[in-house]
Each structure stands twice: as C-alpha cells, then as structure tokens.
Design a protein around this ligand. Structure first.
Ligand SMILES: Nc1ncnc2c1ncn2[C@@H]1O[C@H](COP(=O)(O)OP(=O)(O)OP(=O)(O)O)[C@@H](O)[C@H]1O
Ligand code: SF4
Ligand SMILES: [Mg+2]
Length: 354
C-alpha cells in the first residue's frame, strides 16, 4: 500500500502552496524552534525543531491533538511562555528576530504589528475595565492619537467585528457580554493597531457551534479584506478547511506534514493526518458514514516513543519506524516526515469543500 521511503535533504524554509505569491518574503519565519520545560521530574521537550514560514496575507492552519505543541510554539514566538521554559531556534517577524528580545521591545511588536487571540477571552480581557477603554488602551500605547480619537476608533472596531449595539457596549464590562461577544471584543483589541499578522489559538473552541461559525466567518472576512496573515491553531481539521491556505500538522512536538489545504485535506500523505481526517465528520460524505477514532492515546511528551513518535498508533508502521525518526523532507509542494507515506493519488485532489 505504501511507497518506498522518502529520502532527501532536511526541509528548507521555503513555503509552498497557498494563496499569496510564493516569492514574497515571509512575514514570520520560524526556524528550528525548540521549547523545553524544566520540571522536578526532568525536562519536557514540548516543541522540537519546528520550522514554518508564513507569507503576507496567507492563513496557515496548525492542527494536531492535545499536547502536540501547537500553543507552545506560538507562545514562544510571542515571548509568552511560562518561566520554566527554555527556548532555542529563531523566529523572525518582518525580518527582525523575536526570540531573546528584551520585554519592552517585544511589547512594541506584540499587540501592534503582531497580535494573538486565545480560546478564552477572559484570559486576555481585563475584567474590571470597560470594553471601550481596553481597545483604546492598546491604541494609546502603540500610537499617538488622542483619547477622543481612540474612543472613536474603538467604536469603529466594535462595528468592524459586528458587535451589535456597539455604542452601548463601549461602556460595558466583559462579564456583561456573551461568550461570542467577548470573543469579538478580543478580536477588536487585537485589530486595534492594524496588525500584519494575527495568531489565533483555538479562537472558537469554547463557543457553541453557531457562534463558532460566525467567528470563523469574521476571521475569514478580516483575512480577505485586510490582507492580514494568520495562524489558526486548532485540533479541528474542519475549521481549517474554510479559511486556511495551508495546513501544518503537528504530532509529539514536531511538524509531520505541511501542504496546501487542498492537498492535506484531500490527499494526506502522512498516516497521522489520514487518521485525523477519518476521525472527523465530513460534509462531502453521507451523514451515516462511520467515524473512525485514532487508536491509542496522544503521546506523553515526557516519554515520546523512539523512532517515529506515531509508530505505536500507526497501522502502517514497520520495523524501521520503531528505531529511526523520519526526517522532515520536501515532497513536491509539501513537507512530510514519514518513512512510508500514503501514496499520492494519480489525479490531483479537487477543491476542498469547507
Ligand atoms: N509550564 C509548563 N511546564 C511543563 N510542561 C508544560 C508547560 N506548559 C506546557 N507544557 C507541556 O507542553 C506540551 C505541549 O503543550 P501545548 O500547550 O503546546 O499543546 P497543544 O498542542 O496546544 O494542546 P491543546 O490542543 O491541548 O491546547 C504539553 O505536554 C504540555 O503539558
Ligand atoms: S510509524 Fe511513522 S514513519 Fe512509520 S509509516 Fe507510520 S507515520 Fe510513517
Ligand atoms: Mg493549545
């Protein structure tokens, strides 16, 4: 069933596939990022040799199960890791290195050119501060406009993210808003200074399905209208289908597959990506089609299996997989880390249906 092992040089940082021009300089270029946490029971390697370049205006969906290293990778980029973390590698944003930069310099970038939103708006919003003041605060910190102008811009931003009754909301506190409204306010805070890039970490997971769809629609609209680059971290491949240009799949702290959304969702080459896809409901399959679960549990980063970390759960594993970690290699327009990839289809995959 599987083809011969893929060999080749280590992956280069040139991105492939997706929407923006492939030649454009990346807005964010992460190279060989590693994050380790010191604990009383030893070190936890949460992220290992993670490289990813994001072009201006493109959206990269980052998927994988719980503990795969998705959040820590981007918290590292933002300089927001816990104090027991040790980071190595490089993360250049608009050509400037972010890792190891002093806090005051990072604060200049964070929240202005580069913004991040999280699953739970309450972790980002200040509970005892009015919504309008929170948006204005970001503007006053990063720009030289007057308080009156900042309030006017806060109102425009609330309208921009489709907060209803925006004038009244300006003077409300976060707890007076619904979960969906709070998420919109958090997006408004993130957008305040016209970021060139937004990192959204599970922005819809805590919301009910209808509100989830509305927030995703808003993010897609912002990407389209403002040309903002976006990283969308999620464990749900269905979420990336409607908005991402490329998909990065993480497993056990490593990138295991990267490709255009069409290639990854329609013709995955990594057995883990294939298993992830089979475990989610598809709109293009009959509603009664059986859903398969991925056998076994996600690996504990403290005790990653030797060789390919996915081997205990992989139905295609062979002896090599138990001893040799597959290197991440370029494979056409994609990148892949697997000794025995799923064969590519004879005809190119069709458009992805969100
Ligand atoms: N401060 C810390 N100390 C020790 N280990 C940590 C710390 N923070 C995170 N980790 C570990 O790092 C690993 C990667 O975590 P990460 O938050 O990146 O996962 P994730 O892919 O975002 O998962 P989820 O989908 O659950 O959010 C996990 O095993 C987590 O327990
Ligand atoms: S165990 Fe890993 S390397 Fe081996 S076939 Fe499965 S995914 Fe590929
Ligand atoms: Mg996470």
């Amino acid at each position: 069933m599987h083809s011969t092992p893929v060999t080749g040089s280590a992956a280069r940082s040139t991105p492939a596939g997706g929407a923006g021009p492939a030649t454009a300089a990346p807005v964010l270029e992460i190279e060989e990022l590693s994050v380790r946490f010191a604990t009383p029971d030893g070190e936890i390697p949460a992220v290992n040799a993670f490289s990813l370049a994001i072009r201006p205006g493109e959206c990269v969906g980052v998927v994988g199960e719980s503990g795969a290293g998705k959040s820590q990778s981007f918290l590292a980029v933002m300089g927001l890791l816990a104090s027991n973390a040790k980071v190595e590698g490089r993360a250049r944003f608009e050509g400037r290195e972010l890792l190891g930069r002093p806090a005051d310099e990072l604060n200049q970038v964070r929240g202005s050119r580069l913004a991040m939103i999280f699953q739970d708006p309450m972790t980002s919003l200040t509970p005892h501060m009015r919504v309008g003041d929170q948006i204005a605060e970001s503007l006053l910190r990063h720009t030289s406009i007057s308080p009156a102008q900042a309030r006017a811009r806060a109102l425009a931003l609330l309208n921009r993210v489709h907060v209803t009754d925006a004038e009244r909301r300006l003077d409300q506190y976060p707890h007076e808003l619904s979960g969906g409204m709070r998420q919109r306010v958090m997006i408004a805070v993130a957008l305040a200074c016209d970021p060139v890039m937004l990192i959204a970490d599970e922005p819809t997971t805590a919301l009910d399905v209808t509100i989830q769809a509305q927030i995703l629609q808003l993010l897609a609209e912002l990407k389209r209208d403002q040309g903002m680059a976006m990283v969308l971290v999620t464990h749900d491949l269905g979420v990336v289908a409607g908005i991402a240009d490329r998909v990065a799949v993480m497993y056990g702290g490593r990138l295991v597959e990267l490709g255009s959304v069409r290639q990854v969702l329609k013709a995955p080459r990594h057995p883990y990506t294939q298993a992830l896809l089979r475990s989610m409901p598809r709109v293009d399959e009959p509603a009664d089609a059986p859903l398969l679960t991925i056998q076994g549990q996600p690996p504990n980063p403290r005790r990653l299996p030797p060789g390919c970390a996915f081997h205990p759960r992989c139905s295609f594993a062979q002896e090599t997989c138990r001893h040799e970690r597959p290197p991440l290699v370029e494979l056409g327009a994609s990148r892949l880390a697997c000794h025995f990839p799923v064969p590519a289809p004879a005809t190119p995959p069709a458009e992805v249906t969100p």
